[in-house]
Design a protein around this ligand. Sequence first.
Ligand code: OMP
Length: 213
Amino acid sequence: MKKRTRLILALDVTDRQEALRVVSEVAEHVDAVKVGYPAVLPLGMGLVEEISGRADIICDFKVADIPNTNRLIVEEVFRRGASGVIAHGFAGGDSVRACVEAAKGDVLVVTEMSHPGGKTYTHPVADDMARLAVHEGASGIIAPATRPERVRELREIVGELLIVCPGVGAQGGSASDTIAAGADYVIVGRSIYQAEDPKAEASRVVDEIASVL
Ligand code: OMP
């Protein structure tokens, strides 16, 4: 994944025309587009193939199964043209390793989730998940933009691994605070794709990120 603007769009859009419109409007401002169940269940994996020519795609399927099932999912994700995939760490080291071995690009492991409920179960094990990501050869971790102090702490654990942070905008996190805390990328969904002018909002976030680099 290139590192130019450090902005990743979360394309949680369920209408095909709307999804394609948003991607074409913001493509120049983003380093990747994250696509997950909200878009792929109604629109199919054809969406990934269709937009992978215009942007790097991260498939957010929060892969969390036994190693063989993880392998089958990850092989299909990259066959369809994705550049990265998001996996959970709680299924264990062998499950994450299966993702890493099957991947033809980045594997990002969820550590602490960004929503309030993320404090209940993911917070207490997040440091372990980060260590697991390092140990199993993942490319990076997902960490909460809603808690920049945790991004700082997780950076101490993962060293040079990528830190990718959702939770900016609609969930209350700030792009500049998150990047200043040591994140490589921020993921932004609703505050861009629901904006009256998604391109202008993406450009504003990119400028905000650049102001702290
Ligand atoms: P917005 O809240 O609309 O900006 O979208 C955030 C995106 O990041 C959604 O696609 C979430 O599913 C995703 N996400 C989180 O919000 N929190 C997390 O802890 C992890 C993810 C993720 O793995 O991408």
